[in-house]
Design a protein around this ligand. Sequence first.
Ligand code: NI
Length: 254
Amino acid sequence: MLIDTHTHIDMENFKDRFDDVIKTAKEYGVEKVVIPGVEPAGFVRIAELCENYKNVFGAVGVHPEELNSYNDEAEEQIKQYLKHPKIVALGEVGLDYYWDKSQIERQKEIFERQILIAKEAGKPILVHDREAHQDSFEILKKTGAADVGVVMHCFSGSPEFAMECVKEGFYIALGGVVTFKNAKKVKEVAKVVPLEKLLLETDAPYMTPVPFRGKENQPAYVKFVAQEIADLRGISFEEVAGTTTANAEKLLKL
Ligand code: NI
Protein backbone atom coordinates (compact mmCIF):
# COMPACT_ATOMS: atom_id res chain seq x y z
CA MET A 1 0.00 0.00 0.00
CA LEU A 2 1.11 3.54 -0.83
CA ILE A 3 0.02 7.01 0.28
CA ASP A 4 0.21 10.17 -1.81
CA THR A 5 0.84 12.75 0.92
CA HIS A 6 0.57 15.80 -1.34
CA THR A 7 -1.75 15.97 -4.33
CA HIS A 8 -3.81 18.83 -5.75
CA ILE A 9 -6.68 16.77 -7.12
CA ASP A 10 -9.17 19.33 -5.83
CA MET A 11 -8.20 21.37 -8.89
CA GLU A 12 -10.69 22.10 -11.64
CA ASN A 13 -9.05 19.76 -14.18
CA PHE A 14 -9.91 16.71 -12.04
CA LYS A 15 -13.46 17.76 -11.23
CA ASP A 16 -15.33 15.62 -13.74
CA ARG A 17 -13.21 12.52 -13.24
CA PHE A 18 -12.45 12.52 -9.56
CA ASP A 19 -13.90 9.00 -9.14
CA ASP A 20 -11.67 7.71 -11.93
CA VAL A 21 -8.57 9.31 -10.41
CA ILE A 22 -9.29 7.63 -7.07
CA LYS A 23 -10.07 4.33 -8.78
CA THR A 24 -6.85 4.39 -10.80
CA ALA A 25 -4.90 5.24 -7.66
CA LYS A 26 -6.33 2.14 -5.96
CA GLU A 27 -5.37 0.00 -8.94
CA TYR A 28 -1.80 1.20 -8.46
CA GLY A 29 -1.93 0.42 -4.73
CA VAL A 30 -2.35 4.03 -3.62
CA GLU A 31 -4.94 3.73 -0.87
CA LYS A 32 -4.89 7.17 0.74
CA VAL A 33 -4.30 10.72 -0.47
CA VAL A 34 -3.81 14.09 1.22
CA ILE A 35 -4.99 17.23 -0.56
CA PRO A 36 -3.25 20.38 0.70
CA GLY A 37 -4.95 23.76 0.55
CA VAL A 38 -3.43 26.84 -1.04
CA GLU A 39 -5.97 29.59 -0.34
CA PRO A 40 -9.19 30.02 1.69
CA ALA A 41 -11.50 29.90 -1.35
CA GLY A 42 -10.50 26.27 -1.89
CA PHE A 43 -11.04 24.95 1.64
CA VAL A 44 -14.75 24.11 1.20
CA ARG A 45 -14.06 21.83 -1.74
CA ILE A 46 -11.26 20.02 0.12
CA ALA A 47 -13.51 19.45 3.14
CA GLU A 48 -16.29 18.17 0.85
CA LEU A 49 -13.97 15.68 -0.82
CA CYS A 50 -12.79 14.50 2.61
CA GLU A 51 -16.38 13.96 3.66
CA ASN A 52 -17.39 12.17 0.47
CA TYR A 53 -14.40 9.85 0.09
CA LYS A 54 -13.20 7.61 2.87
CA ASN A 55 -9.56 7.61 1.75
CA VAL A 56 -9.24 11.31 1.04
CA PHE A 57 -7.72 13.59 3.67
CA GLY A 58 -6.97 17.28 3.51
CA ALA A 59 -4.95 20.20 4.82
CA VAL A 60 -5.64 23.93 4.97
CA GLY A 61 -3.26 26.83 4.74
CA VAL A 62 -2.23 29.80 2.63
CA HIS A 63 0.54 29.09 0.11
CA PRO A 64 3.23 31.80 -0.28
CA GLU A 65 2.05 32.44 -3.84
CA GLU A 66 -1.41 33.25 -2.46
CA LEU A 67 -0.30 35.53 0.34
CA ASN A 68 -2.61 38.31 -0.80
CA SER A 69 -5.52 36.14 0.33
CA TYR A 70 -4.19 36.11 3.89
CA ASN A 71 -6.12 38.22 6.39
CA ASP A 72 -7.93 37.88 9.72
CA GLU A 73 -10.81 36.08 8.10
CA ALA A 74 -8.49 33.58 6.41
CA GLU A 75 -6.80 32.96 9.72
CA GLU A 76 -10.14 32.28 11.39
CA GLN A 77 -11.10 29.88 8.59
CA ILE A 78 -7.84 27.97 8.95
CA LYS A 79 -8.46 27.61 12.69
CA GLN A 80 -11.99 26.35 12.11
CA TYR A 81 -11.07 23.85 9.39
CA LEU A 82 -8.23 22.46 11.48
CA LYS A 83 -10.91 21.19 13.88
CA HIS A 84 -12.29 18.98 11.11
CA PRO A 85 -11.35 15.34 11.82
CA LYS A 86 -10.18 14.74 8.24
CA ILE A 87 -8.21 17.96 7.91
CA VAL A 88 -5.02 16.34 9.13
CA ALA A 89 -2.44 19.12 8.70
CA LEU A 90 -1.73 22.77 8.09
CA GLY A 91 -0.52 23.36 4.55
CA GLU A 92 0.82 24.03 2.30
CA VAL A 93 2.61 26.98 3.82
CA GLY A 94 6.13 28.30 3.56
CA LEU A 95 8.44 30.50 1.56
CA ASP A 96 8.90 30.84 -2.18
CA TYR A 97 11.72 33.13 -3.29
CA TYR A 98 11.68 31.76 -6.81
CA TRP A 99 8.23 33.12 -7.50
CA ASP A 100 8.45 36.55 -5.87
CA LYS A 101 11.22 38.14 -3.88
CA SER A 102 9.41 41.46 -3.40
CA GLN A 103 7.39 40.38 -0.36
CA ILE A 104 9.87 38.31 1.61
CA GLU A 105 9.02 39.87 4.96
CA ARG A 106 5.31 39.35 4.41
CA GLN A 107 5.93 35.73 3.37
CA LYS A 108 7.90 35.13 6.54
CA GLU A 109 5.26 36.76 8.68
CA ILE A 110 2.35 34.67 7.40
CA PHE A 111 4.44 31.49 7.46
CA GLU A 112 5.22 32.08 11.10
CA ARG A 113 1.65 33.01 12.02
CA GLN A 114 0.34 29.84 10.43
CA ILE A 115 2.91 27.66 12.19
CA LEU A 116 1.65 29.02 15.51
CA ILE A 117 -1.92 28.13 14.50
CA ALA A 118 -0.82 24.57 13.69
CA LYS A 119 0.90 24.32 17.04
CA GLU A 120 -2.24 25.46 18.81
CA ALA A 121 -4.31 22.93 16.87
CA GLY A 122 -1.72 20.20 17.43
CA LYS A 123 -1.54 19.32 13.74
CA PRO A 124 1.58 18.84 11.56
CA ILE A 125 2.80 21.34 8.96
CA LEU A 126 3.29 20.75 5.23
CA VAL A 127 6.07 23.08 4.16
CA HIS A 128 6.61 24.59 0.72
CA ASP A 129 10.25 25.76 0.53
CA ARG A 130 11.44 26.96 -2.85
CA GLU A 131 14.83 28.63 -2.98
CA ALA A 132 14.35 29.67 0.65
CA HIS A 133 16.03 26.83 2.55
CA GLN A 134 17.87 28.90 5.11
CA ASP A 135 14.93 31.13 6.06
CA SER A 136 12.44 28.27 6.09
CA PHE A 137 14.70 26.24 8.35
CA GLU A 138 15.29 29.13 10.74
CA ILE A 139 11.59 29.91 11.11
CA LEU A 140 10.71 26.25 11.65
CA LYS A 141 13.40 25.94 14.27
CA LYS A 142 12.62 29.21 16.02
CA THR A 143 8.92 28.40 16.32
CA GLY A 144 9.50 24.84 17.53
CA ALA A 145 7.41 23.55 14.63
CA ALA A 146 8.82 20.04 15.04
CA ASP A 147 6.67 19.68 18.18
CA VAL A 148 3.67 19.06 15.93
CA GLY A 149 5.57 17.55 12.98
CA VAL A 150 7.09 19.07 9.86
CA VAL A 151 7.04 17.78 6.29
CA MET A 152 9.48 19.34 3.83
CA HIS A 153 7.28 18.87 0.77
CA CYS A 154 8.88 18.46 -2.70
CA PHE A 155 12.30 18.62 -1.06
CA SER A 156 14.81 20.39 -3.30
CA GLY A 157 17.77 21.03 -1.02
CA SER A 158 21.14 19.31 -0.79
CA PRO A 159 21.71 15.96 0.95
CA GLU A 160 23.45 17.93 3.73
CA PHE A 161 20.42 20.16 4.21
CA ALA A 162 18.17 17.08 4.20
CA MET A 163 20.19 15.62 7.07
CA GLU A 164 20.00 18.90 8.97
CA CYS A 165 16.23 18.73 8.63
CA VAL A 166 16.18 15.10 9.76
CA LYS A 167 18.25 16.07 12.78
CA GLU A 168 15.48 18.50 13.73
CA GLY A 169 12.94 15.70 13.36
CA PHE A 170 11.46 16.90 10.06
CA TYR A 171 10.17 14.51 7.42
CA ILE A 172 11.40 14.71 3.81
CA ALA A 173 8.76 14.22 1.10
CA LEU A 174 9.90 13.23 -2.37
CA GLY A 175 7.94 13.19 -5.61
CA GLY A 176 8.38 12.75 -9.35
CA VAL A 177 11.60 14.75 -9.56
CA VAL A 178 13.50 11.82 -8.05
CA THR A 179 12.83 9.87 -11.27
CA PHE A 180 14.34 12.56 -13.52
CA LYS A 181 17.67 11.56 -15.02
CA ASN A 182 19.33 14.91 -14.29
CA ALA A 183 18.04 15.22 -10.69
CA LYS A 184 21.33 14.14 -9.12
CA LYS A 185 20.83 16.06 -5.87
CA VAL A 186 17.35 14.68 -5.19
CA LYS A 187 18.51 11.14 -6.01
CA GLU A 188 21.29 11.58 -3.47
CA VAL A 189 18.75 12.81 -0.91
CA ALA A 190 16.64 9.70 -1.57
CA LYS A 191 19.65 7.56 -0.69
CA VAL A 192 20.81 9.25 2.51
CA VAL A 193 17.62 10.16 4.37
CA PRO A 194 16.63 7.44 6.88
CA LEU A 195 13.64 5.53 5.50
CA GLU A 196 11.77 6.32 8.73
CA LYS A 197 11.85 10.01 7.74
CA LEU A 198 10.74 9.67 4.12
CA LEU A 199 7.29 10.36 2.70
CA LEU A 200 6.03 9.95 -0.85
CA GLU A 201 3.98 12.42 -2.86
CA THR A 202 3.06 13.39 -6.40
CA ASP A 203 2.23 17.12 -6.20
CA ALA A 204 -0.21 16.26 -9.02
CA PRO A 205 -0.97 17.63 -11.55
CA TYR A 206 2.65 18.85 -11.58
CA MET A 207 6.01 17.06 -11.37
CA THR A 208 4.95 13.93 -13.28
CA PRO A 209 7.45 11.09 -12.82
CA VAL A 210 9.09 9.05 -15.57
CA PRO A 211 7.67 7.23 -17.57
CA PHE A 212 4.86 9.77 -17.85
CA ARG A 213 6.99 12.90 -17.55
CA GLY A 214 5.46 15.77 -19.52
CA LYS A 215 1.91 14.47 -19.10
CA GLU A 216 -0.55 15.29 -16.32
CA ASN A 217 0.33 13.78 -12.96
CA GLN A 218 -2.07 11.83 -10.70
CA PRO A 219 -1.87 10.03 -7.32
CA ALA A 220 -1.44 6.60 -8.96
CA TYR A 221 2.00 7.62 -10.17
CA VAL A 222 3.41 7.76 -6.64
CA LYS A 223 4.17 4.13 -7.42
CA PHE A 224 6.97 5.19 -9.77
CA VAL A 225 8.41 7.41 -7.06
CA ALA A 226 8.48 4.48 -4.63
CA GLN A 227 10.09 2.20 -7.22
CA GLU A 228 12.83 4.73 -8.01
CA ILE A 229 13.65 5.21 -4.32
CA ALA A 230 13.79 1.43 -3.86
CA ASP A 231 16.16 1.10 -6.83
CA LEU A 232 18.39 3.93 -5.60
CA ARG A 233 18.65 2.43 -2.11
CA GLY A 234 18.95 -1.14 -3.34
CA ILE A 235 16.00 -2.32 -1.26
CA SER A 236 12.64 -3.79 -2.17
CA PHE A 237 9.65 -1.81 -3.37
CA GLU A 238 7.66 -3.36 -0.52
CA GLU A 239 10.05 -2.00 2.08
CA VAL A 240 9.80 1.54 0.70
CA ALA A 241 6.01 1.29 0.39
CA GLY A 242 5.54 -0.24 3.84
CA THR A 243 7.77 2.14 5.75
CA THR A 244 6.70 5.36 4.02
CA THR A 245 3.05 4.37 4.47
CA ALA A 246 3.61 3.73 8.17
CA ASN A 247 5.42 7.09 8.45
CA ALA A 248 2.52 8.97 6.85
CA GLU A 249 -0.11 7.15 8.92
CA LYS A 250 1.74 7.88 12.12
CA LEU A 251 2.52 11.55 11.45
CA LEU A 252 -0.77 12.53 9.84
CA LYS A 253 -2.93 10.08 11.81
CA LEU A 254 -4.51 8.70 8.63
NI1 NI B 1 1.80 21.55 -3.75
